[in-house]
Design a protein around this ligand. Structure first.
Ligand SMILES: NC(=O)c1ccc[n+]([C@@H]2O[C@H](COP(=O)([O-])OP(=O)(O)OC[C@H]3O[C@@H](n4cnc5c(N)ncnc54)[C@H](O)[C@@H]3O)[C@@H](O)[C@H]2O)c1
Length: 349
């Protein structure tokens, strides 16, 4: 039976709103009906470009019955109040990362999602990449043995204008922190997805280059429940940065992920395999340099999840848990080693 298209709205017409709009346009079975921004001129400019309606007021936007699902692309500190408002009006949601800036806000989204019975995805676009899924299969199948050690490097460049011009980057209220929660969350989500829960985190942070409230440099040590020990570095304080790398060492081999590409795989049987192919991810140096496919994959998975009545690849609980690890790392910088407060998944959501 042919599926009805999913009719989307976008809340927040900035950089991420643009990724979502372009992705919705590219994905079969998705339609963009309207956008909304507190700055109505931005909404109008998007509406002209993407041929859809424009709202400057969330109330009218949320009551638009031609919208089934909303992509929440506002500054992170607004996600929770926006999400709860939209869930109370029965919209399905795709919420940009991080799900929220603290666990109380995140819990309010979980509660509203449960009450409404709507589907909530938390953007974690790397999970959809072919090589990332391949690394997950490698770990699940045991090809490199039991993971014992890992290194995650997310050393990025952001210039002064990135923090000064946005009005919210690097603020505790709206960004929730700095290099770890904003840029580093993609890698944090991958660690949890690939290696499972963390039982203890230690960390140190500093603000070494930028004039911001939050950290621009952070180092952490993660102890996973499976025994694996991992070092994590996140920064926006360097002048060029390097592509994100995640190296996982197992008892029988190792694998390196460079951005979204598996660039090295060493196994006992196959020796050394170096994969080729450049990643289109250049976001270590430029916040906008994210391949179009990234958000297309998120929109496609979400539409399939709605049509198949299954969970999205990264749901509201996954969003809570990435945030829980990040908040535990921040707490650890002040209070010493912490145990993250993860949320159990119930069958209903
Ligand atoms: N997944 C990714 O790779 C990715 C990349 C960039 C940003 N993001 C996330 O997307 C979100 C937005 O980031 P951005 O870079 O697009 O920010 P931005 O500053 O470019 O855009 C935010 C937009 O939201 C509007 N806005 C602010 N408050 C609003 C409100 N209460 N109601 C309606 N509109 C409001 C602003 O006018 C602005 O147009 C953040 O949570 C960020 O972490 C994710």
């Amino acid at each position: 039976m042919e599926q009805k298209p999913i009719r989307f709205g976008i809340l927040g017409c900035g950089l991420a709103g643009g990724f979502h709009a372009a992705a919705i346009r590219a994905v079969e079975g998705a339609e963009l009906r309207a956008v909304c921004d507190a700055a109505i001129d931005r909404a109008r400019a998007f509406a002209a470009k993407y041929c859809c309606g424009a709202y400057g007021d969330i109330e009218a936007f949320a009551n638009d019955e031609d919208i089934d699902a909303v992509c929440v692309c506002t500054p992170s500190g607004y996600h929770a109040e926006n999400a709860v408002f939209l869930l109370e009006r029965n919209k399905h949601l795709i919420i940009e990362k991080p799900l929220a800036v603290d666990l109380r806000q995140a819990q309010s989204i979980v509660d509203a999602a449960k009450k409404s019975g709507r589907t909530v995805a938390s953007v974690a676009q790397l999970r959809c990449c072919k090589d990332v899924r391949r690394l997950k299969d490698i770990l699940v199948s045991g090809v490199i043995g039991r993971p014992v050690s890992a290194q995650l490097s997310m050393i990025y460049h952001r210039d002064e204008a990135y923090y000064k011009d946005s009005g919210w980057h690097g603020t505790l209220a709206l960004d929730g922190g700095g290099a770890l929660i904003n840029q580093g969350i993609h890698g944090v989500d991958l660690l949890l997805w690939l290696l499972g829960p963390v039982r203890r985190v230690s960390a140190a942070k500093a603000t070494l280059r930028h004039d911001i409230e939050a950290e621009d440099t952070l180092a952490a040590l993660l102890e996973f429940e499976n025994g694996c020990l991992c070092t994590l570095s996140a920064a926006t304080s360097v002048s060029h940065g390097q592509p994100r790398t995640l190296t996982v060492f197992g008892t029988q081999g190792s694998a390196v992920l460079t951005e979204d590409r598996l660039t090295s795989l060493v196994t006992e049987e196959g020796g050394l395999v170096i994969e080729t192919g450049e990643s289109a991810y250049l976001s270590h140096a430029d916040p906008g340099a994210i391949p179009e496919q990234a958000h297309q994959n998120v929109i496609r998975d979400f539409c399939e999840a709605l049509n198949e009545n299954r969970r999205p690849i990264s749901d509201v609980i996954d969003g809570c848990n990435a945030l829980a690890l990040i908040r535990a790392a921040y707490d650890a910088t002040e209070k010493g080693p912490q145990t993250p407060v993860f949320t159990e998944r119930e069958d209903r959501i």
